[in-house]
Each structure stands twice: as C-alpha cells, then as structure tokens.
Design a binder for this molecule. Structure first.
Ligand code: NAP
Ligand code: G4F
Length: 355
C-alpha cells in the first residue's frame, strides 16, 4: 500500500505503555502512517518505542498547549486520533490536582475543539482513554456485581474527576456536533512496559530484582534462591482489588472501538477481580515460594521462609481509596468481537519474563 493510501493516526501519549503497544498493533495492520506526539523531557523518554522509531514519525508536543494541539491536528489532518496522554497515576493526582486537571481534562478538550474549529468533523475520529476509575466505589455502594457502560460514576480522586470531565466532553461533542468521539472505559491493564510505580510492576520488580535471585533459565520456579542483599517490599492496601488485563489486549480493543460504524462508548476488562494480596502471592508462587501473612491492618506482614518480606506501609495509602473494581466487557465482546488473549497468570508470566 502506498503512503498516500494509508490512514493517518495521531497518537498522544505514544511514549507510554499503551502508546507503544498501540503503535506496534497499528503497524502490524500495514495501512497506517503513525504520528506520535512526545513531550520534551530532561532525559530520553522514548525507551518503549525505540525499537519502532524508524517506522513512525515523532514530533514534540504537549496536550495542555492549545495552540500546539491545533497546529498538529491542522498539519497532519489525521483520520484517527488516539488520546492516551495523561498524568496517569491516581495516588500522585492527590498531590498534583491542578496539573492533573490541565492535562487529563483540558487536554482532551483541546483535541475536540481543534476537530470542530478546523472543520475536520467528517474526517477525523477520536478515541479518549477513559477509565474504570470513573466509577469510584459504585460496586459497593450500589451492590453491583460488575461495572458496565450504564453503571453510576462516582469518582474518588482528582485523577478520576479530571477524567470524568473529559468523558462527558467526548459525549457532548458527539451529541452536539456529530463528531465521531468515543470513550474506551478501560479497567486496569499492565505489562512489562507498565510504569514502575504502579502496583503490579512494583511487585514484579521487587520479586525479580530485590528478593529473589534467578539463574539465566526460563524455569524460574526451579531455579530461584533468595538474594543475599534482599530488601522487603513496602506496600499499601493489600485487600484492594482490580480487574487486571494485559495492555496488548486492550490496544486491540481501542482500535476496534474506533472502527465501529457508530460512535459509542465501551467498557473493556477481563471480568476477573484479583486483590493486591493475591497478585503478590501469585508472583511469589511463580518464583517457587509461598508467603505467610501475619497481623492485620498496618501491622500486617508477609513472611517468606519465616523472614519478613512484605511490610504494609501507610505511605502508600490514599486519602480516598477505591477498594474494588471489576468490569463487564460483554458489549465489546458482542458488538465488536473483542476477545482478550491473556489471563492474570499469563500476564504475570510476561511481566516477570520481560521486566
Ligand atoms: P502511561 O504509561 O503513564 O503513559 C502516559 C503517556 O502520556 C506518556 O506517553 C506520557 O509521556 C504522556 N503524557 C503525559 N502528560 C502529557 C502531556 N501533557 N502532553 C503529552 N503527553 C503527555 O499511561 P498508560 O498506562 O499507557 O495509559 C494510557 C492512557 O490510558 C492514560 O490516559 C491513562 O490515564 C488511561 N488509562 C490507563 C489504564 C491502565 O490501567 N493502564 C486504565 C484506564 C485508563 P511521558 O512518557 O513523557 O511521561
Ligand atoms: O497500580 P495502581 O496505582 O493503579 P490504579 O490506582 O488502579 O490506577 C490505574 O488504573 C486505572 C484504571 O482503573 C487507570 F485509570 C489509572 O491511570 C492507572 O493506570 O493501584 C492499584 C491498587 C490501588 O487500590 C492501590 O491503593 O493497588 C493499591 N496499592 C497498594 N499498594 C498500591 C500500592 N498502588 C501503588 N501504586 N503502589 C503501592 O505500593
């Protein structure tokens, strides 16, 4: 296919976990020209996309800079925009309230306004990275078994409040101006490319590099000992649960959502909930060991071979905790034919192998 026939995809947030997998996925389809927007940073931030750099075009930009967003959209006239850019850490949003609002709420507005004011309504579709955080503790307060597109939204963090504004703006632009703008309401998704300070990656990095010592062999279960210089894991709420998928499965869903004949919002997730405690147990088991828990609350500790390995630490508690999330992806499965390939166990395997 010649470059003239290719669709132009503009990806905000290309240097992040999802941006890197989405780029790989679009490249595998062979009919996309990919323009990635990267932020200027004091050290290089392209580690997750360096392997595909010669197949994509990278430009500097910032989603909170209105003129910059207008100029980029005007210059590239994209067929599809994927907005994955965000201050994406929930706990940190309690310390960066306004910044999180500028990037996560007003950033998407810049994109929507540009499409409208540049007259690109019939040319350009836009995907907004919405989140299961929008629901807050609705599962508990409304006695629901899972979260779908109609579940009440009650955000409990500055991050979720900012994302809720963007979610509604996307729907507003769709209804008021006829723009093909859609929300993917995604449950948590992880991988070896996950940021190091999200809980799953933090646990995997600790196990692999701070507690266990593995030989250069794929059979880690039978080739692991304890490190001589091991350090315990400091962790927050052990009994919070999340619906963890692999990011590779999620980016395929993002693309499917944009290919639909009608613009609609979709929930993506595995439909399986796992607590932080169980995630830790599964990771430790993958190394061939078991953990024994003693105590409760802030006094609880995890022991491996009678040695303190996990310490509950209030530094990782949030001012307002979202304790339970599990999605119902039935609409995406039925209407889009979306089908995830990873399970929680194969996700953990991939994370341990490649982190
Ligand atoms: P991530 O790894 O933190 O990536 C975020 C991306 O946004 C990075 O490329 C980052 O650039 C970029 N970015 C941050 N501020 C920006 C700004 N002002 N202008 C332009 N780019 C900016 O997040 P992710 O896990 O891939 O998630 C992708 C999106 O999905 C985010 O919007 C997140 O909120 C949302 N989401 C994620 C999950 C999940 O479980 N992963 C679930 C639901 C929704 P740098 O590399 O320079 O930092
Ligand atoms: O890994 P987390 O920081 O992810 P969280 O807060 O669920 O947010 C992620 O998923 C959202 C979708 O639901 C995205 F919108 C968002 O951008 C991000 O990708 O924390 C998961 C759980 C929480 O309950 C947290 O309190 O783990 C608990 N936790 C316990 N100890 C910890 C820790 N979280 C972190 N980051 N670090 C801890 O030490």
């Amino acid at each position: 296919m010649s470059s003239i026939d290719k669709k132009v995809a503009l990806i905000f947030g290309i240097t992040g976990q999802d941006g890197s997998y989405l780029s790989e996925y679009l490249l595998s389809l062979h009919n996309y020209k990919i323009i990635g927007i990267m932020r200027r940073s004091s050290s290089f931030n392209t580690g997750k996309i360096d392997h595909i750099r010669n197949k994509i075009e990278l430009v500097y930009g910032d989603i909170s800079d209105t003129a910059c967003v207008f100029e980029l959209i005007s210059k590239y006239q994209p067929d599809e925009i994927y907005n994955l850019a965000a201050q994406s850490h929930v706990a940190i949003s309690f310390q960066l309230e306004k910044y999180t609002m500028d990037v996560d709420a007003l950033g998407p507005l810049n994109i929507l306004q540009a499409i409208r004011l540049l007259g690109l309504k019939d040319k350009c579709k836009v995907y907004q990275a919405s989140t299961s955080e929008l629901y807050g503790n609705t599962l508990n307060t409304h006695h629901l078994t899972s979260l779908d597109e109609h579940s009440p939204m009650n955000p409990v963090s500055p991050y979720a409040i900012a994302k809720l504004y963007a979610y509604h703006m996307v729907r507003h632009y769709r209804d008021a101006f006829g723009i093909f703008a859609v929300n993917g309401i995604l449950q948590n998704h992880e991988s070896s490319r996950r940021g190091d300070n999200f809980v799953t990656k933090k646990i995997v990095l600790w196990a692999k590099y701070k507690w266990f010592s593995t030989f250069q062999n794929k059979d880690i279960k039978n080739n692991t000992t304890l490190r001589g210089d091991r350090e315990p894991l400091h962790i927050g709420k052990l009994d919070s649960s999340r619906d963890w998928s692999h990011a590779k499965d999620m980016v395929k869903g993002m693309w499917l959502i944009l290919q639909s004949s009608t613009p609609e919002d979709y929930v993506l997730g595995s439909g399986v909930r796992t607590t932080v405690r169980t995630f830790i147990e599964k990771v430790i088991k993958a190394f061939g060991f078991t953990v024994e828990w003693k105590g409760s609350g802030l006094d609880e500790k995890g022991y491996i071979q009678n040695e303190v390995a996990i310490i509950v630490d209030s530094r990782y508690y949030r001012p307002n905790e979202l304790s339970d999330l599990v999605g119902n992806p039935e609409k995406a499965k039925t209407k889009l034919g979306w089908k995830p390939e990873y399970t929680i166990d194969t996700l953990i395997e991939e994370m341990i192998e490649n982190s």
